[in-house]
Design a protein around this ligand. Structure first.
Ligand SMILES: Cc1ncc(COP(=O)(O)O)c(C=O)c1O
Length: 394
């Protein structure tokens, strides 16, 4: 009997999932750098446009290389369907627009990446969608925010940058009882450590720019969920508004998926070591890392995540000390990206979360002393030495 890829271990799905070979039998996935496709006859074109015959039409609607990426990520996530987008922000934007109409209401966790926050606070209101922000760790707050016109919930878990974790299953139940869909941004956990669909959410979004590429090359994004909902909510938006992922980027991201599991596990090991060093340092007021038992939601993390991820947040007490730490690094880069093979650290309140009003930053506890660090694949000895030296000088 033929193997069912859905029964494969995740490592096998990451390497072989979605594979569709041409007649040449290539080992590495073919890169179809083509915008459009030719039909054997006018009748064949008609049938394809009518949806009566399978096949590709135009790169904005789909591409064979992109489809391998979509099928592979869907298999890894345990989703019926994945649609790739040009960036993580395109994924968040489409994920919300497909679920909401003028007059609808969104409930969102208040700790959100700056650009996600802009979409929710500035963009959606232009189209008549109102939002209530909640403390995402407080289930009663989610419940209290529900209105008769609530159609969607949005949360990052763990959230950027202070790694707050949300009880995805419980929030999904509140959303469903209200007739709303739950969208989870799973960037920080990665498909390696958390499967939000299995926990009960409806839609998962990724910035594939982060760990899925993981080598600093391309932007990309993905939206995943059940086929019926994905088709109903997103098919037409994706086709007509044009946030398609380029086939070249799809190919790069496919190669990224092959090593995602290995990279993320090693990065997480390195991060555990660096987090312990940071937490023990006299200049550090507080350290948050999902892999440490002193994370305020360690019990919830143990229930819904199978690993802590590679991001650490720590408070050095002032902007001056945080900047001195960053300027003292010799190996780790100062950069706002995350998930990369190269370790990088940033000062969220002046970079990634700069557009968030100060009062809202303070509400989530993001004072100017916080540094966010994404731990990479360098040797753990070199990383520890670099971080310890920069902390000494902070
Ligand atoms: C949690 C989260 N979601 C979405 C994004 C946006 O992704 P992209 O930069 O690929 O548009 C980012 C980072 O940029 C992020 O950290």
């Amino acid at each position: 009997m033929a193997e069912d890829p859905r029964d494969w271990e995740v490592e096998t799905r990451a390497v072989r999932g979605g594979m569709a070979r041409t007649e040449y039998g290539e080992i590495s996935e073919a890169l179809f750098l083509t915008q459009s496709f030719a039909y054997d006859s006018a009748h064949a074109a008609d049938a394809r446009f009518a949806g009566d015959a399978p096949g590709f039409i135009y790169q904005r609607f789909g591409n064979p290389t992109t489809q391998i990426f979509e099928d592979r990520l869907a298999l890894m996530e345990g989703a019926e369907m994945c649609r790739a987008t040009a960036s993580g922000m395109a994924a968040v934007q489409v994920a919300l627009s497909g679920l909401l109409r003028a007059g609808d209401h969104l409930v969102a966790g208040r700790a959100l990446f700056g650009s996600c926050r802009w979409i929710v606070s500035e963009w959606l209101p232009r189209f008549g969608v109102e939002t209530t922000y909640v403390d995402a760790t407080d289930l009663e707050a989610w419940q209290a925010a529900v209105r008769p016109n609530t159609r969607a919930f949005l949360v990052e878990s763990p959230a950027n940058p202070l790694l707050e974790v949300t009880a995805i299953g419980a929030v999904a139940e509140i959303a469903h009882a209200a007739g709303a869909k739950l969208v989870v941004d799973n960037v920080f956990a990665t498909p390696v450590f958390q499967q939000p669909l299995a926990l009960g959410c409806d839609i998962v979004v990724y910035s594939a720019t982060k760990h899925i590429d993981g080598q600093g090359r391309v932007l990309g994004g993905a939206i995943l969920g059940a086929a019926e909902l994905m088709t109903e909510a997103y098919k037409d938006i994706l086709r007509h508004t044009g946030p398609a992922l380029s086939p070249f980027n799809s190919w790069v991201l496919l190669k990224g998926l092959e090593t995602l599991d290995l990279r993320v596990r090693r990065q997480t090991e390195n991060a555990g070591r660096v987090a312990d060093l940071i937490a023990d340092h006299r200049k550090v007021r507080r350290t948050i890392f999902c892999g440490r038992p002193d994370h305020p939601q360690a019990a919830l993390i143990a229930k819904q995540m199978s690993g802590g991820g590679n991001v650490i947040a720590f408070d050095l007490g002032s902007r001056e000390a945080a900047w001195k730490f960053l300027d003292g690094l010799q190996i780790v880069d100062i950069s706002n990206n995350l998930g990369d093979a190269k370790s990088m650290a940033t000062h969220p309140s002046t970079t990634t979360h700069r557009s968030m009003p100060e009062a809202e930053r303070l509400q989530i506890g993001l004072t100017e002393g916080w540094v966010r660090m994404s731990v990479g694949l360098e040797g753990p000895g070199d990383l520890s030495r670099d971080v310890a030296r920069a902390l000494d000088g902070a």
